[in-house]
Design a binder for this molecule. Structure first.
Ligand SMILES: Cc1cc2nc3c(=O)[nH]c(=O)nc-3n(C[C@H](O)[C@H](O)[C@H](O)COP(=O)(O)OP(=O)(O)OC[C@H]3O[C@@H](n4cnc5c(N)ncnc54)[C@H](O)[C@@H]3O)c2cc1C
Length: 384
């Protein structure tokens, strides 16, 4: 959606296919990072974005056992917005779709699912799919696959994917929020447990991390045991865990971390999770996808004003974004392997590592994680 906006803004005719009728789905995370808001500031969109309901998180804390430790402080970032904005992703996407709709060169086809690639003269020349009125073919000088971590177009391309592995899956659930609840503590860590709570104003969006493939064991222990686990991690939720009436209220999100070796073919480019599926660690995947979109527009817009991009242009996009992707995924995998695996297999309350304790005491040390999470490894800026 962001790339659709940027291309349409540059006067390039762009059609975005979205398989759903709306963006109202609950599996995407909520974080809009300082670097994404910097991009919106550069586009003149920041004030109207922040006028939409959201909450602002200026520092991150984690509770390990009974100890609350501050781990990141965004207030010193060299960006316009020195906080992470929490906004349900459907609101963010609605906002971008509305803004893009002001450009006559922008077209959004909802309820239109891309099911395959159309080829012509040895190159990708469009997509085939199904829309509300039946089969459709959309022809294009360039197809950009932004269809997420289960990308159909990546599958259709046959490009090689390298799996980096993830030790966990996530159970995604919501519980109501009361006025007397404590403020946002993002992560709670205890013996064998990792629990994250996102403030969505009138309810808590919760992520309960389990060992990969461990869903059958969770089910076998029963819903009462699961509710009791939640209360152990966040005792103030005791009066509402019954809102989880059946397992239907607890969705399983499988986590994958992988990336393509080559992000393009003649006529086709892949970006975002379609090129590199991100772990939820750090909540940075949305931001990385947005940064890919900005870099893609920066590189391709001058070329596309004069015709179709060449393979060298597509290669330039991968070259620009591959390093930040690798750095981010490496960081995520280290945290997965060193922290999350250890926590999930522990039977005693883990002790905070010395460095984390130190960060809790020395404010300067909280700036580095804030920079990595808030801005990423190579923040992009609007060029055209
Ligand atoms: C459990 C979990 C929690 C996460 N939490 C966070 C978080 O808090 N913050 C964060 O930054 N990142 C988070 N992430 C990572 C983040 O969700 C992704 O990195 C990010 O959404 C990638 O953006 P994208 O635009 O590439 O793909 P997506 O956000 O997946 O968007 C793909 C879009 O394409 C549409 N689509 C898919 N297939 C087709 C098709 N065939 N035809 C037409 N349309 C199609 C989909 O409906 C969707 O709208 C989380 C990931 C997981 C697994």
């Amino acid at each position: 959606m962001m790339l659709g906006y940027l291309l349409a803004r540059a006067g390039i005719d762009v059609t975005v296919l979205e398989k759903h009728a709306d963006f109202l789905r609950d599996f995407r995370g909520d974080t809009v990072h300082p670097s994404t808001m910097q991009v919106m500031y550069e586009l003149g969109l920041l004030d109207s974005f922040l006028a939409r309901p959201h909450s602002e998180v200026r520092s991150l804390a984690v509770q390990i056992g009974d100890e609350l430790i501050q781990i990141a402080d965004f207030s010193h970032l060299p960006t316009r917005a020195k906080f992470v904005a929490f906004m349900p992703q459907w609101d963010f996407l609605d906002f971008l779709a509305e803004q893009a709709g002001y450009f006559s060169s922008f077209h959004l086809l909802r309820q239109t699912e891309a099911t395959g690639l159309a080829h012509e003269a040895g190159r990708v020349a469009g997509v085939t799919g199904t829309g509300p009125d039946g089969p459709v073919t959309v022809r294009a000088e360039l197809v950009i696959a932004c269809d997420g971590r289960h990308s159909t177009l990546r599958e259709a391309s046959g490009l090689h994917v390298t799996e980096l592995g993830a030790p966990m899956d996530v159970l995604w659930l919501r519980l109501s929020k009361h006025g007397t609840d404590p403020g946002q503590t993002l992560g709670r860590i205890d013996a064998g447990r990792f629990f994250i709570m996102l403030d969505r104003n009138d309810y808590w969006q919760c992520a309960f991390v389990i060992q990969k493939g461990g869903i059958d064991q969770v089910h076998a222990r029963g819903l009462d045991a699961f509710r009791a686990e939640i209360v152990r991690l966040a005792p103030f939720l005791h009066d509402r865990v019954q809102e989880l009436a059946t397992w239907d209220d607890v969705k399983l999100l499988t986590v994958a971390v992988n990336r393509l070796e080559t992000w393009y073919q003649p006529g086709l480019l892949l970006i975002g999770d379609a090129a590199h599926a991100m772990s939820p660690v750090g909540g940075v995947g949305i931001n990385l996808a947005i940064q890919d979109a900005v870099a893609t527009a920066n590189i391709l817009v001058p070329r596309m004003k004069n015709g179709a991009p060449t393979l060298d242009d597509l290669r330039a996009v991968q070259k620009r974004r591959e390093w930040p992707t690798k750095m981010t995924q490496r960081t995520q995998v280290v945290i997965q392997n060193r922290v999350i695996t250890g926590v999930l297999s522990s039977t005693q309350t883990p002790k905070p590592p010395a460095l984390l304790r130190l960060a809790g005491r020395v404010s300067l040390l909280r700036r580095l994680p804030a920079r990595v999470v808030g801005m990423g490894f190579r923040p992009e800026h609007i060029r055209h």
